[in-house]
Design a protein around this ligand. Structure first.
Ligand SMILES: [Mn+2]
Length: 361
């Protein structure tokens, strides 16, 4: 039996320059990614796994320093009983001046090269691990498996690879069928940040920490075992924070406090920790001060972005009364005849009124 952890797409060192949260949170997020990486290392030690597979994009080449890579090395060195296997990806590609080659690694670390698929034998564990590191930022068509030699089926065979399961990609296009045809016991993939188990023995682990609002949902690592050539994997949530994008419906009968409470009681996630982007929809009383709502909520959430898509509610009877001589009256009458029970008509009426009333002012 062998035990492993599969991770990748950690993006250590990322600076978060183009995100919607502020500088302070960006700096904190950068530190959190380091902490999560170090939690993975600790977890691998506690669980006494045989292998830690890192399927590329361990770090951000553009922002990484020799000090940073030294910190990575020291982490790896601290779990010398765990075999660490790295296939570099597009963000940490192993080019001529790669940081991977500027440091002395402990003997438990294997970093694959980029000419062809490499192979490392672990006879004590009856396991062979295959891998391949990117040497450039993009790979169009590599025909990686063209000359792939038959594997030894008496051993556990594992492939660690960073690539894109897609017909047309600049990021090492792969097909699920060609991967299946390799007859590996497990294929640990990286590149896609959303965790996806593609077959019993093929998975993207996803990033352990989500990087922005495009990366909603649970993030974590994959834990697995191979017993008598049968792989068993499970996804383990591991991220410190989540990104949550959702909508909340309000109505014209809700007062200020009720609206604030409705948002605070959002069922998804944990407002002390997670990043929220909430779109507010429905009709809202004209007396509600949206700017104040946002201020009040900022104190209750670690991070909240409120997108206001509400429609102002109007007192139709008094509007008709005040506008007996003009178009507003006729507009309300016409729409009422169409039937305000139809939500599309009601929405059209209220949006139209907003325009007409603004024009009048
Ligand atoms: Mn990638």
């Amino acid at each position: 039996m062998i035990r492993f952890i599969h991770t990748g797409d950690i993006h250590l060192g990322l600076k978060f320059n183009n995100v919607s949260f502020d500088r302070e949170k960006a700096i904190a997020r950068r530190r959190e990614i380091w902490n999560t990486f170090e939690r993975i290392i600790q977890y691998a030690k506690e669980k006494e796994v045989d292998f830690l597979f890192i399927a590329g994009d361990l770090f951000e080449e553009a922002y990484f320093t020799i000090g940073d890579i030294t910190r990575v090395r020291d982490n790896f060195k601290s779990i010398e009983n765990v075999n660490i296997i790295i296939s570099a990806g597009n963000h940490d590609y192993r080019g001529r001046k790669s940081l991977y080659d500027r440091i002395q690694w402990s003997s438990n670390v294997t970093i694959f090269g980029g000419q062809a698929i490499g192979k490392k034998d672990f006879p004590d564990l009856n396991t062979v691990v295959y891998g391949y590191s990117w040497e450039t930022k993009e790979i169009y068509d590599k025909e990686l498996f063209k000359n792939f030699i038959d594997i030894d089926n008496t051993k556990n065979n594992i492939l660690v690879l960073h690539g894109d399961i897609s017909h047309n990609s600049n990021y090492l296009p792969l097909s699920l069928q060609e991967l299946k045809d390799l007859n590996m016991d497990y294929i640990a993939l990286g590149h896609i940040h959303k965790p996806q188990i593609l077959a019993d023995n093929i998975a993207y682990c996803g990033c352990p920490e989500p990087l922005d609002f495009g990366e909603e949902g649970e993030r974590g690592i994959i834990e697995g075992t191979i017993i008598n050539k049968r792989v068993d994997i499970k996804f383990l949530p591991f991220s410190r924070r989540k990104f949550i994008v959702t909508e909340i419906e309000v109505n014209e009968n809700m007062n200020y406090l009720e609206i604030v409470e409705r948002i605070k009681n959002i069922p998804e996630g944990n407002r002390d920790k997670d990043f929220y982007r909430i779109t507010l929809k429905g009709y809202i009383s004209r007396s509600i001060d949206m700017a104040n709502i946002i201020k009040d909520l900022e104190e209750s959430f670690y991070h909240i972005e409120l997108i206001d898509k509400t429609i102002w509610d109007y007192d139709l009877e008094s509007l008709e009364e005040e506008n007996k001589d003009n178009i507003i009256y006729h507009y309300i009458r016409t729409m009422k005849e169409k039937g305000l029970d139809d939500p599309v008509v009601k929405r059209a009426l209220y949006l139209g009124l907003e325009v007409l009333l603004k024009g009048r002012e």
